[in-house]
Ligand binder design. Structure first.
Ligand code: GCU
Length: 400
């Protein structure tokens, strides 16, 4: 991705760095068993992520669910499509999340599912022309798909290539998705119209404090609320829900998987800086660049590690470790240097000490594999040819 800001894309200039020891507790002891990890260190690492990276997700009231439409013959009869609005009692200012669910009609028993947010809204994901066009705030986009921060009719299906619904449904999975901007619009002041603002009841001059949640935390919270709803749907097996996300939404799916262990598998597609990429590696996007361009994504503390990554008590192998013993898939694209494909691999590799505690094999190789050569067992990694995107190749890996 072309970026105006300077970043290093020369492997020989990366330099030396030392990763924090994921097994070493705050009191200096070193975890040696799975139960010590689960009972002690895991909570510590999660807290470090709250304090230093994504902020703390507050407890929230249960959301109300209202089915707004259902079609049993969606996608030419392949699936049943339901749209459900999740909203918060007593908070009319926040319109809620419109969750779109496709369930394969051929299923004889509850199906596993993929839960993920989209960049463009349900109508952009689906080829069905009766899916309502989102009327929420949207980031400006190329072409004529967004005008005055609102989706136009031209945005129908524009994200469908990233959501190969037919392929996924034919393989027997349900798809559960929503527009990330339903939870919070993605701009620095977006919190005012999103769930963070509504819950905090903060004024317009609010400055978010260290340790308070940022937009990624809010979007991740939304994914958990979608899973709450899925738990009430008989035809979906809520114990086998994978959380998936691309790019900033890949950072979000990792954050969701870390905080909510009900997600059975966690998928990071090209998540890059603040996601799967090792922050101490000086390659591609940096902490400074990301916290300058997108300060609202993180807790304010995180920006202090701009040019001081070595001072941060976590690095992203610790985020991947929070998924253990669950499966995690990390995917990169060869041309997506901005996201640091090698750094994304290294976080998976360096999560191995925690997977070892559970006797589980992670990526299973010491070096980043060649393109289009997936590796790994419980921690899977692949780098495919091409650009920053989600492709059928990626989906095949996630469904296998
Ligand atoms: C920008 C940003 C990345 C992010 C990406 C995206 O490129 O710098 O960190 O992953 O947007 O979400 O598309």
């Amino acid at each position: 991705m072309a970026q105006a800001k300077r970043s290093n894309e020369d492997e020989s200039l990366v330099g030396e760095y030392t990763l924090p020891d994921v097994l070493k507790c705050g009191d200096g002891t070193v975890v040696t068993t799975a139960s010590e990890w689960t009972g002690k260190r895991r909570a510590e690492v999660l807290r470090l992520y709250e304090e230093h990276v994504y902020g703390k997700t507050p407890e929230t009231p249960k959301l109300d669910a209202t089915v707004t439409s259902e079609r049993k013959d969606a996608l030419g009869g392949l699936a049943t499509r339901r749209i459900v609005r999740l909203s918060m009692k007593g908070q009319p200012k926040w319109e809620g999340i419109d969750v779109m669910i496709y369930i394969p009609n051929a299923a004889k028993k509850p199906v596993p599912s993929f839960i993920g947010l989209s960049f463009g809204g349900n109508h952009a994901v689906s080829p069905d022309i009766d899916v309502p066009i989102s009327d929420r705030w949207m980031r400006p986009a190329q072409g004529d798909t967004v005008r005055n921060n609102r989706a136009t009719v031209r945005s129908r299906g524009k994200e469908a290539h990233r959501w190969p619904l037919e392929m996924i449904l034919e393989r027997g999975f349900a798809v559960v998705t929503a527009y990330y901007g339903d939870i919070e619009p993605d701009h620095t002041q977006g919190w005012k119209d999103g769930v963070r603002g509504v819950l905090a009841e903060k004024g317009a001059d609010t400055v978010w404090k260290d340790g308070e949640w940022g937009a990624i935390g809010a979007w991740a919270w939304g994914l958990s609320r979608m899973l709450d709803y899925v738990e009430t749907v008989d035809s979906i097996d809520a114990k086998h829900c994978s959380v998936i996300g691309h790019s900033r939404l890949g950072k979000t799916s990792l954050c969701a998987g870390a905080q909510d262990q009900r997600f059975a598998m966690v998928i990071s597609n090209c998540s890059g800086e603040g996601g799967a990429a090792i922050m101490r590696r000086n390659f591609g996007e940096t902490t400074k660049i990301i916290t300058t361009s997108f300060p609202h994504w993180f807790t304010p503390t995180y920006a202090r590690y701009s040019d001081h990554a070595a001072d941060c008590p976590v690095d992203q192998h610790m985020l991947i470790s929070l998924m253990a013993p669950r499966p995690v898939c990390i995917a990169s694209a060869a041309e997506d240097l901005w996201a640091d494909p090698k750094g994304e691999f290294l976080s998976g590799l360096n999560a191995q000490p925690v997977y070892d505690l559970f006797g589980l094999k992670g990526v299973g190789v010491k070096h980043q594999p060649m393109v289009n050569t997936p590796v790994g067992d419980v921690v899977r990694y692949h780098v495919r040819t091409g650009i920053h995107d989600v492709t059928d190749f990626d989906w095949q890996r996630y469904m296998d």
